[in-house]
Design a protein around this ligand. Structure first.
Ligand code: UFG
Length: 327
């Protein structure tokens, strides 16, 4: 079976990608420094501990496994932290990615799938966010990812590197078989925090701002199920192997839900109230981020089937109840 190097394979999205790659007939080789990932989540292929900054270690792993492609998930991804510690984001997300891309090119591994983000778009009033929307990130997280997109473009021109770039909207949910799921420490993402508040693992959810220009005053996001998201990555890999060349795809459903709508749906799914308080806005948050593109569906053949808010919360709740995320 062909090897695919999966950076961040011990993380939330990377571990789901490893499961999907294995199901598609590939061997996912996880490369992860375990700073935010968990070794217990590496269940679907070999594990190689290493940091993106360690070029010698990267070269060794490329030589050992001769991967046919790279899927690059490893990154710091908290908007709040990016505002207070921007240097870490530039060093790890941009500098680390540059190191990885150079190692891949040196090893002759020229098919590259990259996790980018809708945070690269920033705030756009009443504009449909498609792949041609100007990228004006509001925070160092989005900026550090946009820079990697530029690096991939330049390396494509210079060395023939082929890249599929996915700009994620808000990823939620978990493997319906609950083999892997979401497990950030500290947790900052809305859906797991809502579930923590429901089952008493935290006192209450703090709603970050109720004075946004939205119907109920809370921020709107486009939530996509992690299993649908990683399915797109397998299609992206196939796209590259079919010689279709470099492309950028938004991964969102086109439906936006406010923080309060997510809370309401979680109450419906679990049958329990979400204890909550209202706090100030969180620095770096955009009012509304919703994908206006169907390119992934029309061109890539993506068929997101689990991304209803109800199914995402139900799958996240199932995982939550295993207690595994507390490991
Ligand atoms: N929120 C709260 N209270 C919380 C946590 C979140 O009200 O305790 C709100 C946020 O203000 C935001 C929404 O819930 O309006 C979603 O917040 P998340 O932290 O779950 O997600 P973000 O939108 O901030 O960021 C996520 C990923 C990024 C990605 C981004 C794209 O963390 O990696 O989605 O929108 F880039």
């Amino acid at each position: 079976m062909a090897n695919v190097l999966v950076t961040g394979g011990a993380g939330y999205i990377g571990s789901h990608a490893c499961k999907a790659l294995k199901a598609a007939g590939f061997t996912p080789v996880t490369y992860d420094n375990l700073v935010t990932g968990w070794q217990d989540a590496v269940k679907f292929g070999p594990f190689e501990k290493g940091d993106l900054a360690d070029r010698a270690r990267l070269d060794e792993v490329f030589a050992t496994y001769q991967p046919v492609a790279v899927m690059h998930f490893a990154a710091l991804s908290q908007v709040g932290e990016a505002m207070s510690q921007p240097g870490r984001y530039w060093a790890n997300n941009t500098g680390g990615s540059l190191n990885l891309i150079e190692a891949a090119v040196a090893a002759g591994c020229l098919d590259f799938v990259f996790s980018s983000t809708c945070a690269t778009y920033g705030e756009h009033d009443n504009v449909v966010l498609d792949e041609n929307t100007p990228q004006l990130p509001l925070n160092a997280y989005g900026a550090s990812k946009r820079a990697v997109e530029d690096i991939l473009k330049d390396f494509g021109a210079a060395y023939g590197l082929r890249s599929v770039i996915f700009r994620y909207f808000n990823v939620a949910g978990a493997d319906p078989e609950a083999e892997v799921g979401e497990f950030h420490r500290p947790e900052t993402h809305l859906v797991p925090l809502v579930l923590d508040a429901i089952d008493g693992k935290r006192d209450a959810l703090t709603i970050f701002g109720t004075d946004y220009d939205t119907p109920d005053g809370t921020c709107i996001r486009d939530y996509v199920h992690v299993c649908d998201l990683v399915d797109a990555h397998v299609l992206g890999l196939q796209w590259l192997k079919d010689g279709k060349g470099s492309q950028i795809f938004n991964l969102g459903t086109g439906s936006g839900f406010s923080v309060r709508e997510v809370m309401d749906k979680a109450e419906e799914v679990t049958g329990s109230k979400v204890p909550c308080t209202v706090g100030p806005r969180r620095a770096g948050d955009c009012t509304k981020l919703v994908s206006g593109s169907t390119r992934a569906i029309t061109d890539l053949g993506w068929n997101p089937q689990r991304s209803s808010l109800e199914m995402m919360i139900a799958d996240a709740w199932k995982w939550h109840q295993t207690g595994n995320y507390e490991a």
